[in-house]
Each structure stands twice: as C-alpha cells, then as structure tokens.
Design a binder for this molecule. Structure first.
Ligand code: BGC
Length: 786
C-alpha cells in the first residue's frame, strides 16, 4: 500500500453529539470528544486478557483456525458455500460463529454442540443483520437519521438488542455507517446519509443501544460497524462498484463514523466488498492495519463481508483461494464470513510460514476477547422463555410510532385558499386514499427488517379507517408499485373527484429497489405511479403526496405541481398511526433531510459539504444563454440549476421558526491553544467557543425545531467545504416561545486534515451559522490566529 498514506499520527475523531430528546426537547450540551488517542474500547480488560491467554495456550492450530470461520445457517443474502454439517463442525471446534439462525432453539442446539462436545468448550457467537429493529421494526436507518435524534436511535437499538438477544443473537451486523452521496446506491437507505458529523452521532447512538451498559448483560449484543470502508462511494451508485477516495477525503468524510462507533466501544468491524483506491477493502493493509490497528488500536473483531475474501479473485488480486485467504488475513481480516477459505487454506498458510503463529494468535485473541466480553463462556445458552411470541409490548410500539413521526420530512405544504393543505381538518367529509402503498404491510417494514412481521404492521388504510370511519374514505389501490391498469387509474381519479382531498401513497418497491443490490439508474416513481399522480392532481382536488422511499427521488413535476408532499421512508410497524397523527396535526413533522435532494439525476453526486471551486456559480439560475463571460465560465450546468430540490438539513413544520443572529463567546482564538486542546485526552478537553442563537416559534403550533450549526474555514492549507455541520439540537418550542440555543464547541470543531494529512487547527477565517438547514442563515465571523 502506498506509503504516502501512512503519515498521520493523530487520530480522526468527531464530536459525539448528545442532543436533547425530541420529546422533552430541551436544548442541551454539545459534547466535544476529540482526544487524539486510540479508540476507547472496553474489550481488552486485564481480566479478559488473562482468560484469553490461558485459553490460547491450550488451543491446537486447528482449533485456533476454527475460531476464524463463520457460516450462514439460513436466509442467504449472497451466494452460499453450499456446505453444511455445521453441528459437526461446532462439535469439533471448526467454526467460531454462525449467523442467520431461524430460532433460539437452533441457537441453543448448536451451542450445545460447541460447548458440550468440543474439546475446549468454546461457545459459538451467533450473528444476524438486526438493522432497524428485530421484530419491532423501526423506520429504516435513513429515516431514523432524519429524526436528528440520537436518543431515539439509541432507544430503538436497545429494543432491537433485547428482542434479538432473546432469540439467541448476540452479534448484529449493524450499524451501517457508510457515508453516501449518491442516491442511486440502494444501500443509502441503510445509513445515516451524507454527513460525517451526523453519521458519527448516529453511529454512537446505535452502539450504545445495542451494547447497553454492559456487553455481558444477556440482553446486550455486539455491534459491527460496516462496511469498512468507502463502500458508500461506489462509482455511479452501482452496488459493489469501485471507489476512489483520496486519503484526505477518507479521513474527513468516510472514516469518522467508524471511529465514532469504535470509540463508543463497538466490538467489531465488517470489511467491505468494494475496491478502494485499487486495493479491495477486504485486503487493504492501509485501512485494516495501519488505521484500524496501528492508529486506532482497535482490539475487536474484523469480520469479512459475505464471501468478500473469495471476491479478491474476481477483483483480480488473487488467482486462487489460498492467495485470497492469505491477502485478506495478513491485511487484517480476522474472520471469514461464508467464503470457506480460511477453513480450507489457513492450516497450509500457517504450516508454510506465510501466516505466522503470532498473526494467527492475534486474530484468535480478538475473537475470543469479544466472546469473553459478551459473557458467552459463563452463559452460553439463551433462556428460551425470554422470547416474546405474543403481541409487541405497548412501550416498543410507542417508541416505534414516535420514531416514525420524527422521521417524516415535510417537503412541501402550500396554501390552498387561506390555509395550508396540511394538517387536514379532522372533520374532512371524504378522503380519497389512493396508491399501492396505502395498505401494503410488508413494504412498511423496509429494506432489512430483521424478523419483522407484516402482521405486526398497522397500515395507513387501517389507521385512517380507525380515525375517520370507513364511510368517510374512498379507497383505490391505483395498481401495484410496478404496474397499473387503465381501469385502476380511472378508478383512482374517480375516487379523488368524489372526495374533498386526495392522499396518494406512492413509492419504491422496497425489497427490490432499496437496500443491497438495489441500485437505480432511474430514481423516480416506478411503474405508472407518476401518471397516476398527474391524473389525480389534474382533478383540482387538494393532493397530499406521501412518499415511501429508501432515497430521495427525482420528481420535479411533483414538486412543481403537487401542493403537499411528505417523505415517510419505510416507517416500520407503526406506519399507519404515525402517518395519520401527522396528517391530522396530532404530531407535527420534525424530520430533516440527511441527504441532499437533487432536482435532476445529472446533478448526482450532490452534497452540501462540497468545495467551492475556483469559479463558484453558487445557486444562481444560469440556465439561460450567458450574457457575459462571468456568467458563462463558472461551475454550472447549461441546462439545470446547481441548487438541489431541497438542501441537506431541510424540512418544514406546521409552524414557522425565526432565527436571531448567532453570537460567539470570542472573536479570536489562537491555533496554538486550540491544538493543545485538541491533543488532550477527551475527558480533559473543554469547549473553546460557545455559540448561541435565539430561535423562536412564530406560529400557532407547538413543534420541535432541529437547530443546526455549520462552519466554514478559509485560508487553510487544503480547501474546506462551503459548510460543515458541527452541531445540532432538537428543540421543543411552544407557540410564541423563544429559546436561546447554546452550542459549546470543542477544538475539534475547527480541526481539519491538513495538507500533510495531519489532524490540526490552522490559522484561518471562519464563518459560523446557526440555521434551519445547510443553505440558510446569517453567519458570524471568527478568526483563528497563529
Ligand atoms: C451485506 C452485509 C451483511 C452480510 C450478512 C452482505 O451481503 O453486505 O451488510 O451484513 O451480507 O448478511
């Protein structure tokens, strides 16, 4: 790996963001935690190390290799090995982990084989993709991120951990912390969006929720930050495609959420499928060893992704399985998920000296560490009575509903006559409910719903019927997501004509179009849904468009012509109640976009934290024939605006907010002081600047506002983005209420990876905004002197 990558000695880190709960919604402290030190992992305690040492001394070569091996027992999400006999392998110490088990009984049975029959009684570690809930399915991660509420994400992950662990699962392949700037990529739905600061806050929240206060509590599960690293930068948004990311961008954008997840104590990492700068991420010594082990001192497991070790052959860096195993292992991948190559070749590799005993011991040590930390040696079995086969508990449902409500992003809400379309009046005589997603329980569960069950879902149609009574609803399915007949469209138009308002529930075919292998070159409404929308809108009735999507869709016609549009993502089990409460104003939309919403596919990749260029055109409309060279030779399109449809951070409410000018506690700071602060241990790091702004609710509805803080640095050794998010708070405001929102900023808020790839604060001029999204607000200036 090029040594130009090996330079930096300080660590990448971003502040954790502890924001107020949306429900209590008091503004609270923004903690800064850059500490320039290895990640704070609780895994390698002296007590655990002692146990690992003792066990390692007893293990044969074959038993050690067995710990590195992992297979899927059911529900394949990729090409399988075709092998079986896992019970026998467990009994003879040839496998360390199984995943995708169907039941707690299966887990206990396999565990029995491993613990009672194998020579050293080493327990298996059972994994599963618990991504946005186990059975209580919460909104998809992109929706959860849109809450801008890490506390609700933590609470949702806690519920997921409790349910999953009751089924024997002690390891989730989550959180997915890939930054994604390209909505064509289906997996954008699995992450927190385009921003590393927000992504880091969410990463920490997931880890806290999954791992709980103690990893060895029976209801805690080990987290896995994935996919390490750069997977979200797949060229052209095509899944599994190549990525090219400079070290600067890697450290500024893609690595921070991984650092955050591991610094929060995350027990494992999954190495990605993609090629990163011409070296596959699952055999990349720079990212896997240099950054992860040498800089961050991460003591946990690196698991491969599904057959990603075998994929080194088609990638072209190995001509046979043995070489693939050798390259992945020596680059830093401890466990082989499903490729079967460590099982087949590791013995030879060690015997021939290509892999040393010390390297093998180190990998086994990491796996055993996590097993000890989880308490598996003391309590290998799961109490089968813990699993709930009955109705979901009321508290979990309440949490799922609140999370869904906070994830909804109101994109448009025009006035029709003297009032806005939303919220609807509860005495509306007749509502036309139209669209393939109005009563589709399965689709509400989203891209990766663990053991989510459509029978637990309350659909929009059910909830609306409960609210208004069937006699007030004219329902027309309007066809399927991918196809509709003329008759179905006509029936929908007739329903709209006979009603006072039309609600259209439209969107993507979740299972095929979002998530893994769900990339789209045409991210619009599939099938005849746009035609349906246009025809219903042409009736002249007020139309509310509800979008159920895993990404922003490029829908310029809809945003120009439909008066009200609400993005709902995949809301989970409580979809219907959350939507109905929002439609009728019992809940106020407070979600904000965590990805920039483009107006044209040709604008992609489009993200708010971009560089300015030497010829910035800003957001001026320069699509007309340029009148002079100043209009022509700037960074723009001749046929489209630069401005997105909606910027990062955007979202409307049922009230209005106004912002006072931000104030700062100092006009000048010194780089020297900030750098000293930056290198302090996090526990001793102090805020270096306080930014305050008054935020008022000027309308008549109580609501949460997501107050956002951005910075721009100029005069630095490398170009800095036009804005970078450095703080956010969800603040509850009563009608007419003003709150002073305070952001204490740490030195890391002003740090950057400089031209030498060192993390530092440089003398510079700063603009700081406290604003409702990434495109608005008044800036205050600050100088950082030498
Ligand atoms: C996905 C991972 C997932 C793994 C195990 C892979 O195809 O990329 O995100 O954790 O399968 O199911």
């Amino acid at each position: 790996m090029p040594t130009k990558f090996l330079r930096s000695f300080v660590l990448c880190a971003f502040a954790a963001c502890f924001i107020a709960t949306s429900i209590s919604a008091q503004s609270s402290k923004q903690a800064s935690d850059f500490h320039g030190a290895p990640v704070r992992s609780g895994l390698a305690t002296p007590a655990i190390e002692k146990k690992v040492d003792a066990l390692l001394r007893q293990m044969t070569l074959e038993e050690k290799i067995g710990q590195l091996v992992q297979y899927s027992v059911g529900s394949p999400t990729g090409p399988g090995t075709g092998r079986g006999g896992y019970a026998e392998m467990a009994a003879t110490g040839q496998v360390g982990s199984l995943y995708n088990l169907e039941s707690v009984k299966d887990a206990n049975q396999f565990q029995h084989d491993a613990v009672e029959k194998s020579r050293l009684h080493i327990p298996l570690l059972f994994g599963l993709d618990v991504i946005h809930g186990y059975r209580t399915t919460f909104p998809v991660p992109l929706g959860l991120a849109s809450t801008w509420n890490p506390q609700i994400v933590e609470a949702a992950s806690r519920v997921a951990a409790q349910e999953a662990s009751a089924a024997g699962v002690r390891w989730t392949f989550s959180p997915m912390v890939d930054i994604a700037r390209d909505l064509r990529w289906g997996r954008i739905v699995e992450g927190a969006g385009e921003d590393p600061f927000l992504g880091s806050a969410m990463a920490r929240a997931y880890v806290r929720g999954y791992q709980g206060k103690r990893l060895d509590a029976p209801d805690s599960i080990a987290a896995c930050a994935k996919h390490y690293v750069g997977y979200g930068a797949a060229e052209a948004g095509r899944d599994y495609n190549t990525t090219e990311i400079s070290e600067h961008n890697l450290r500024e954008v893609y690595l921070p959420p991984f650092y955050a997840a591991l610094d929060e104590g995350g027990a494992s990492v999954m190495s990605a499928f993609n090629s990163l700068n011409s070296v596959p991420a699952s055999a990349n010594p720079f990212t896997l060893t240099e950054v992860l082990r040498n800089e961050w001192k991460f003591p946990g497991i690196v698991d491969s992704d599904w057959t990603s070790i075998a994929e080194l052959i088609p990638h072209g860096i190995a001509n046979d399985g043995k070489t693939a195993a050798w390259k992945a292992f020596t680059a830093g991948v401890d466990m082989d998920m499903e490729a079967n190559l460590y099982h087949e070749h590791m013995l030879d590799l060690v015997k021939s000296g290509k892999v040393t005993q010390a390297q093998l011991d180190e990998a086994v040590r990491r796996i055993l560490r996590v097993k000890f930390a989880l308490g598996l040696f003391d309590k290998p079995y799961t109490d089968e009575s813990r699993e709930n086969h009955g109705a979901l508990p009321a508290e979990s449902l309440q949490l799922a509903r609140t999370a869904a409500e906070q994830s909804f992003v109101l994109l448009k809400n025009d006035f029709l006559a003297s009032r806005r379309v939303l919220p609807l009046a509860s005495d509306v005589p007749t509502v036309a409910l139209i669209g393939p997603l109005a009563d589709d329980a399965g689709s509400m569960l989203g891209a990766w719903a663990g053991r989510g069950n459509p029978q637990d879902v309350v659909t929009l149609k059910t909830a609306l019927t409960q609210k208004l009574g069937a006699e007030h609803i004219k329902y027309a399915q309007g066809g399927e997501i991918l196809a509709a007949s003329d008759a179905q469209i006509e029936e929908s138009v007739a329903a709209a004509r006979a009603s006072d308002v039309a609600i259209l529930a439209l969107g993507e075919f979740t299972q095929e179009m979002t998530g893994e292998a769900g990339s789209r070159a045409h991210p619009t409404l599939p099938g005849r849904q746009e035609e349906l929308l246009e025809k219903v809108t042409a009736t002249g009735k007020p139309v509310v468009l509800l979008l159920f999507t895993g990404r922003p869709l490029v829908l310029p016609w809809a945003f120009a012509h439909v008066p009200a549009v609400l993005e709902l993502w995949s809301p989970g089990v409580q979809a219907g109640p959350a939507i109905v409460r929002t439609l009728f104003g019992e809940a106020t939309p407070s979600g904000r976009l965590t990805v920039t919403w483009p107006r044209a596919v040709g604008q992609i990749p489009i993200y708010y934290n971009a560089l300015n260029t030497g010829r910035p055109a800003g957001n001026r409309d320069l699509t007309h024939p340029p009148k002079d060279a100043a209009e022509k030779y700037v960074s723009r399109y001749v046929d489209e605006l630069n401005a997105p449809q909606f910027p990062f951070g955007y979202g409307l409410s049922y009230t209005d907010f106004s912002y006072g000018a931000p104030e700062i506690s100092a006009k000048k700071l010194s780089a020297k002081t900030l750098n000293a602060e930056l290198r302090k241990n996090s526990a001793d790091a102090k805020p270096v600047l306080t930014v305050t702004a008054n935020v008022s609710n000027t309308g008549k509805t109580a609501a949460d506002e997501v107050v956002q803080l951005y910075v721009r640095l100029q005069g630095t050794s490398v170009e800095e983005p036009v804005r970078k998010l450095k703080g956010f708070q969800r603040v509850a405001l009563a009608p007419g209420e003003t709150k002073k929102v305070t952001f204490p900023l740490g030195a890391d808020s002003f740090a950057l990876w400089d031209i030498r790839n060192e993390y530092t604060v440089e003398p510079s001029l700063l603009h700081i905004w406290v604003s409702p999204d990434s495109s608005r607000g008044e800036a205050v200036e600050l100088e950082i002197t030498d």
